[in-house]
Design a protein around this ligand. Structure first.
Ligand SMILES: Nc1ncnc2c1ncn2[C@@H]1O[C@H](COP(=O)(O)OP(=O)(O)OP(=O)(O)O)[C@@H](O)[C@H]1O
Ligand SMILES: [Mg+2]
Length: 471
């Protein structure tokens, strides 16, 4: 702790911990918030904008400031920065209508401890304040929520509405069933729900029902006693038990066979688990989230999914729209993934040309956000130190980016060539740039000359044979 902090601590009166400042230019919102926070037992003042907040912070000395993002005179972000400079001990929560990662990250950088997506429930507000209070009292301010959670970016109004609905359901114990095409962000949403629930600090356990053969999936879920079957040398705790007091994500639920579906139904009804070979059922307290990229009710109609289980799971259904239905998110996500990929690969932050954006917005995005993530990784590598141009993106003719793992085969098979092709292309582009100087190319690529030589041989050998000439 430096001197300035100590000065600030000692300068702070005991009961500053009871004062909260609400900054919002919308009078009805401000009054409503002030009233709610007052009811939680705090002394409350309101400020009409950032400049007003700065004036009040010195006199009122709140321990917590709740501030809106968009305000006249001074934006919420600038206000946060200034407030943190003047009163470093004060905790700040940003309230915003859109959950974009840029604002959230920027707010955190400027010193906000948390951000709330509008509209939020008073329950959530109360919980956030309580969390911050706890953190403060234990001496470590613990921003609740966002840090463990990868931010969900969107500028699409429909998706933003979905997020605020989810925020509401997160607080309940309700079972959530998430429908959505492959790569739309179902797992990300599931984690978001968990992170915004009262179980946030309890385990989050994910099971991919498509990844394991039936027998293995059963023992994965239910666990088994030692000696329950040949090969069961040790006792194994199942995922249901691991998720006890927390959240269990059943990914690709439609792939579970009918026998296991019956057992799952029993767990959900009885709230207890029978370990394979176990004598007594073990009680479990779990919240279940299930995802599927099939229309689950159609599976019911076709006799592949139990109707009773369907209704058990379908308590709160959510459908994540495919990326092509929210085109405003394409540039937003493209920039985000390009920035991430550049950072990972030690490249400068790339610019995204207008041409590339227009091009990306025309692609069909069958693989949705995950496909965009892969496409941007590849584009960043192809663009190298320059801006990303449309030629670094997949062509419309092909209408597809690097092929994606099918839901039944969750492990990416290199046979589809995407990674291999990407590497080959990168190597050839680098060679072209350095005019075939292999030493320079290897250096630029960060591989040894020998590896480069081996790769080139591999590419020659993999090249399709020349058509035989018939004289
Ligand atoms: N709105 C978003 N903002 C930021 N990243 C996102 C968003 N949506 C998806 N992603 C990212 O895209 C990738 C795919 O998301 P996720 O794994 O959640 O999709 P999914 O629907 O579960 O896919 P699958 O059906 O293939 O299992 C992840 O890396 C995820 O972090
Ligand atoms: Mg998934």
């Amino acid at each position: 702790m430096n001197d300035r902090d100590i000065e600030n601590l000692t300068g702070e009166t005991q009961d500053s911990a009871e004062r909260v400042l609400i900054v919002d230019d919308d009078p009805s919102m401000r009054t409503a918030l002030m009233e709610s926070v007052r009811r939680l037992g705090y002394e409350v003042q309101g400020a009409i904008d950032g400049a007003d907040a700065l004036e009040r912070i010195g006199r009122f000395r709140p321990w917590l400031v709740l501030t809106d993002l968009k305000m006249p005179r001074m934006t919420g972000l600038d206000a946060i920065k200034e407030m943190k400079a003047r009163a470093p001990q004060t905790l700040i929560v940003l309230m915003t209508a859109y959950g974009t990662v840029e604002t959230a990250v920027e707010a955190m950088k400027q010193g906000a401890s948390e951000y709330l997506l509008k509209p939020f429930s008073m329950d959530l507000l109360e919980r956030v304040i309580a969390n911050l209070k706890e953190g403060r009292e234990s001496g470590v301010p613990q921003p609740a929520g966002i840090p463990e959670q990868r931010a969900i970016l969107t500028q699409d109004p429909g998706m933003a509405r979905l997020l605020s609905t989810i925020e509401g359901v997160a607080a309940s114990q309700a079972t959530v069933l998430i429908h959505g095409e492959s790569g739309t962000g179902k797992e990300l949403l599931a984690r978001f729900i968990h992170s915004r629930s009262p179980r946030a600090h309890r385990p989050f356990i994910a099971v991919n029902c498509a990844a394991l053969p039936d027998g293995l999936l059963e023992s994965e879920l239910f666990g088994h006693e030692r000696g329950a079957f040949t090969g069961a040398l040790i006792r194994k705790i199942g995922k249901f038990e691991m998720a006890h007091t927390g959240t269990l994500l059943l990914d690709e639920i439609s792939e579970m066979n009918l026998g296991l579906q019956a057992k799952l139904l029993r767990v959900l009804q009885e709230r207890e688990v029978d370990r394979v070979g176990g004598r007594e059922p073990v009680p479990v307290n779990i919240r279940v989230i299930a995802t599927t990229n099939r229309t689950l009710y159609r599976e019911v109609e076709q006799g592949r999914f139990r109707e009773d289980l369907y209704y058990r799971l379908n308590v709160f259904p959510i459908t994540v729209p495919p990326l092509r239905e929210r085109p405003v998110d394409i540039p937003l996500l493209a920039r985000h993934f390009a920035a991430q990929s550049a950072a990972r690969n030690g490249l400068p932050q790339p610019a995204l040309s207008e041409g590339a954006i227009a091009h990306l917005q025309r692609l069909p995005w069958k693989g949705n956000v995950r496909e965009l993530e892969n496409v941007m990784e590849r584009a960043v590598l192809l663009a190298g130190h320059g801006p990303i141009l449309s030629e670094h993106c997949p062509t419309e003719a092909r209408g597809e980016a690097p092929p994606l793992p099918a839901p039944m085969a969750p492990v990416a098979a290199p046979s589809n060539g995407s990674l291999w092709e990407m590497e080959r292309e990168l190597i050839f582009k680098t060679l072209a740039r350095v005019k075939d100087n292999r030493t320079h190319a290897a250096k630029e690529l960060g591989i040894s000359i020998r590896t480069l030589r081996n790769k080139l041989r591999e590419y020659r050998e993999a090249a399709p044979p020349m058509p035989a000439s018939h004289p």
